[in-house]
Design a protein around this ligand. Sequence first.
Ligand code: GLA
Length: 737
Amino acid sequence: MAIVYHEKSKEFHLYNNEISYIIKILDNNQLGNLYYGKRIQDRDDFSHLLKGCLRPLAAYVFENDYTLSLQHTKQEYPSYGTTDFRYPAYEIKQSNGSRITNFLYYSHEIYSGKKKLQGLPATYVEDENEATTLEVTLFDEVIDTSLVLTYSIYEQLPVITRNTKFIHHGNEKIIITKSMSASVDLPDSEYEMLNLAGAWSRERHLKTRRIEQGTQGIYSMTGTSSAEHNPFLVLKRPNTDENIGEAYGFSLIYSGNHLEQVEVDTFNRTRIIIGIHPDTFEWSLQKNEVFQTPEVVLVYSDQGLNKMSQTFHKLYRTRLARGYWRDKPRPVLVNNWEATEMEFTEEKVLQIAKAGKKLGAEMFVLDDGWFGDRDNDKVGLGDWYVNNFDKLPEGIVGLSRKIEEMGLKFGLWFEPEMVNKDSDLYRQHPDWIIATPNRRTSPSRNQYVLDFSREEVVDYIYGLMEKVLGEANISYVKWDMNRYITECYSVGRDSEMQGMNFHQYVLGVYSLYDRLTHRFPNILFESCSSGGARFDPGILYFAPQGWTSDDTDAIERLNIQYGTSYVYPISSMGAHVSAVPNQQVGRITPIETRANVAYFGAFGYELDLNLLSDEEKNKVKEQISFYKKHRELMMKGNYYRLLSPFENQDTAWSVVSDDQSKGIIGYYKVLNVPNDDWKRLKLRGLNQNKQYIINGDPKRIHFGDELMHVGIIIDDDDFCNNSVDFSSSLYVLTEKI
Ligand code: GLA
């Protein structure tokens, strides 16, 4: 059992071989934190780690006792206003107007395994022995409310997950105005903060800053996790790099408004709070009602950022993503969006599919434009049935049959949460959009957001989608979400409940995903949000892959995929080869480089293959067969970042199989340099005693230690003599037996 309770010292020690997390029931019966970091040996009493003394201006919990001032105490789930003046983890408005609370230890339970979270995505176990859980219940007698803090520690991974639940027993209603998933206090502030920031077409670029006294943080108030700030941050020591040093990762399993805030107090202690954004949030609880926060995942690494990311990858790929497709090789698909946008005919898409089939693709995906009167983005969203039989004479049923007859699987695009005013749905239910009475409703991409916080709206959309998916042969769904939420108000809810809308909306999205994935367990869902604006762990629970970005330019993708890899496995990153000049940046890159980048993801094509030259078609054929041969390794291998595009001209990354017998390295030169240096690239994760053959060349056989410590020679031929801008090389390593 990886959690012990020391009765005498009232301390909980959560540990496995790699990490320790120590909680203490303080003298005032609130919960303090004594330590979180690399595994230390257990002992009966760690209370010497608590520090308290008389300090001017400090307020104290007890009279004539200067040991306990909460301002100076590391805590588990702090409140404001009872001697702590830092940002709290929660706040509750009470009927007398007070926001002061006092949750005291009441009981605890330790058990094997990990429970599901009601209505919310979360990591899971397949076997009870994979994790141990501690639930501590605290109680505030004045408001008659319980607070349950839940911690699970994985046995084989340096991972602790946390979530929080309020259960109200009192007769008088309370209003929760803030409830973070976790608060973590660290004893010093020698950290840099890493986070993933961006915008449409340049999502999840890595940002690094030194933390300072005061607050710093990231957030989304868009109604989704957003392209601007992913719900993830890292605190790392200044000397930590990809391969050495300490790093603490925090990732929120949630797809709506979120806040990740780092506060350094003037005594250089650091508090991280992470959870649903408290602005505009209000959740009222009547007697016997419960509020459950999303889960947050804490990963600790003492071996640099690669190890931290590999831990997230393993957890998210195998114990967050679920279902039929979780471990299956993902089909190589051809998507028609960049080829035709909405202007297609059945004949045209069949031609594209046919070319794909000829070159080895396994699935054809019909993107936007097949439903209602959809010929442009002003019309049709919400009408999930075929109206235009000029475009699709036999509807989706007929098209999917024809695609399947070609020997391909068929996939279809939806944007379930949206509506255009020019649609049957809006004409029937104009009050189903999110809009504030007597106020302007702001359009975005000519569309409006359906009020998914209302069950009847979700039910209706489920009905339409269920019919299409049930009638036709559909193996894949691309679920898009192309705008943010404004003027957030629900006419389905009383005025004092309006603070629930944003979160209820997310719960509505999850419930639709849940119903559809249960009804159609074999369909592969790919999430999308104008590219990667909702690429988060919450969605990953339902959709094992997501469209990483609308930017399909290979060079832009280096930044995007590299940044995304800090937390998300490459199996979750939709990555397609598209046409040149690239639609987003106009750049012309070699087709080899486009594939060399896209291989490190869920691979496919996003262009009209018929327009390629014969030579290019041959290359595509080879690329598809290369990917099929190596996709298992790409999906399940350990991924290493080797050269950062955020710090270097060149980029490199690799995957290495668990048994270290195979590896693939991607090296991207980006701009050509005349008469360039000699280059060697130091590899990671190989077995030092194994010999590896590079690209099947019997003249290039090297021990793992040489490849890791001296480095692999970057091909002179490729880069010295024949190089052009945007060139790249792939190295396939196989163990010499
Ligand atoms: C979004 C997606 C694209 C495509 C279009 C269709 O922008 O990110 O991949 O599906 O919508 O309208």
